[in-house]
Design a binder for this molecule. Structure first.
Ligand SMILES: *[C@@H]1O[C@H](CO)[C@@H](O)[C@H](O)[C@H]1NC(C)=O
Ligand SMILES: *[C@@H]1O[C@H](CO)[C@@H](O)[C@H](O)[C@H]1NC(C)=O
Ligand SMILES: *[C@@H]1O[C@H](CO)[C@@H](O)[C@H](O)[C@H]1NC(C)=O
Ligand SMILES: *[C@@H]1O[C@H](CO)[C@@H](O)[C@H](O)[C@H]1NC(C)=O
Length: 398
């Protein structure tokens, strides 16, 4: 079985390398790694542009400088003198891939945004302040990004629903199967979310993604549709992904990720473990995640949202949170004038018997790590914490 939510990501990381200006701070970790997402085992090899050590030093310097400037309590009050270094780093090979490049995104607020204000003033204010915070973080740390041209690769996770003029960026582990069900009903291809099995939601959904349109089709939708993003506490999302992919039988993640992870990070691994790739521990998984020389590429289930959905570039109108998923999703559905009987489903269809990942469960997994590992994991998701205003998950982090 193929991994849900990760069908089309094979070229993302490769394209990332060439995608105009790279945000040095955030993308570093992926620069030197193999990208491997095809169930077929197809590998796309990418060689590093700079010596990795050099990059890491720069990254650490940047993170340190950033943290010196930002205290997550007073983000809004900070000055904007710190600009993260961006780089044009496109090789000939990547340039070719980039030839099909888009246009600048414009940002006329769609009607749904006005609608929100009328329906629930409290939630509308919350949503407005999320947008403002994100805009603020973007103008401080990703200055100039919003004026860049949008490439097809940068919208490859964005699903299109033309009837209700909606663009939804898929973030795995944040209710994406249910979002797909809702989009299918909105588009009229299904009568009810109840009737859509998990696999159908992912593999037979007839949903189009924004990168399948030509540049005018993409531009007009980006400028006039309601752009939706749902996020989740980053460590919780990470633990949820780990439990989903490594703690239950999985014919893709065990061989493709489990095997290389066990073989690299486990001393005295049994032959059975090396053969099946089953039984990866959370600590081994984190070692893989934080390794500059990862033995296997990134995956959308644990890729930071700041990279997956390009929030500074695409300027989402609606930033919802998993922590209040049903309430906020239903609010959005109302705002866009969805049928009254269409509400966001509460199904949990991945491992329905396992308890949903909570902050308590997350703490339990992270307690298996030492403080250095926790800190590095926090650094890895730092932009997500900042952009979506999640508090530090452990007191000893800085
Ligand atoms: C909502 O009601 C309409 C007609 O009343 C029906 O056709 C449709 O299937 C219902 N949708 C859902 C999601 O139940
Ligand atoms: C883009 O696609 C639309 C609809 O498919 C078509 O009408 C239009 O001519 C295309 N534009 C370009 C520039 O190819
Ligand atoms: C691995 O096995 C060797 C030989 O059996 C043993 O000496 C060593 O202590 C083991 N290492 C670990 C980390 O268990
Ligand atoms: C934490 O674990 C890592 C291995 O993942 C090790 O290199 C490091 O020294 C440990 N740090 C502390 C403070 O124990």
């Amino acid at each position: 079985m193929k991994p849900p939510c990760s069908l089309y990501c094979s070229l993302c990381s490769l394209m990332l390398l060439g995608a105009g200006s790279l945000l040095l701070l955030v993308h570093l970790q992926d620069l030197s790694h193999n990208v491997l997402h095809q169930p077929s085992g197809l590998q796309v090899l990418v060689s590093p542009r700079w010596p990795v050590e050099d990059l890491m030093t720069k990254a650490e310097t940047e993170v340190a400088a950033l943290k010196a400037k930002v205290s997550s309590k007073s983000l809004m009050a900070e000055d904007s003198s710190l600009v993260v270094v961006t780089r044009q780093s496109v090789t000939k090979r990547h340039r070719k891939l980039l030839l099909k490049s888009g246009f600048a995104a414009s940002s006329a607020p769609p009607a749904a945004e006005q609608q929100q204000r009328l329906k629930s003033p409290q939630l509308a204010r919350t949503l407005e302040s999320r947008r403002r915070l994100l805009k603020d973080i973007c103008s401080k740390y990703h200055r100039g990004v919003r004026d860049q041209r949008v490439s097809w690769q940068q919208v490859s996770r964005v699903y299109v629903e033309d009837q209700s003029r909606l663009l939804y960026c898929e973030v795995p582990k944040v209710g994406c199967s249910n979002w797909k069900r809702v989009l299918m009903v909105l588009g009229g291809s299904e009568a009810s979310t109840q009737d859509i099995p998990h696999d159908a939601a992912h593999y037979a959904n007839h949903l189009r993604r924004l990168d399948s349109y030509n540049s005018s089709g993409m531009a007009s939708r980006l400028s006039s549709y309601t752009k939706v993003l749902f996020v989740r506490e980053p460590f919780e999302r990470l633990v949820s992904a780990f439990r989903d992919k490594f703690e239950s039988p999985n014919s893709y993640y065990h061989p493709v990720f489990g095997r290389p992870i066990i073989s690299r990070y486990r001393t005295n691994a049994t032959r059975a473990a090396l053969r099946t790739g089953a039984g990866v521990t959370f600590r081994e998984f984190i070692q893989y995640l934080l390794d500059v020389h990862r033995p296997v590429g990134m995956d959308i289930h644990w890729e930071p949202v700041s990279q997956l959905c390009n929030p500074c570039l695409l300027q989402y109108n609606f930033i919802g949170k998993f922590e209040r998923l049903e309430e906020e999703a239903n609010f959005l559905l109302q705002s866009i004038g969805a049928p009254k009987n269409l509400t966001f489903p509460g199904f949990k269809d991945r491992n329905p018997l396992a308890e949903r990942t909570s902050s308590k469960i997350t703490q339990r997994y992270f307690s298996q790590l030492n403080s250095t590992e926790r800190q590095k994991a926090f650094d890895f998701y730092y932009m997500d914490y900042l952009m979506f205003n999640y508090p530090k998950p452990f007191k000893d982090l800085y």
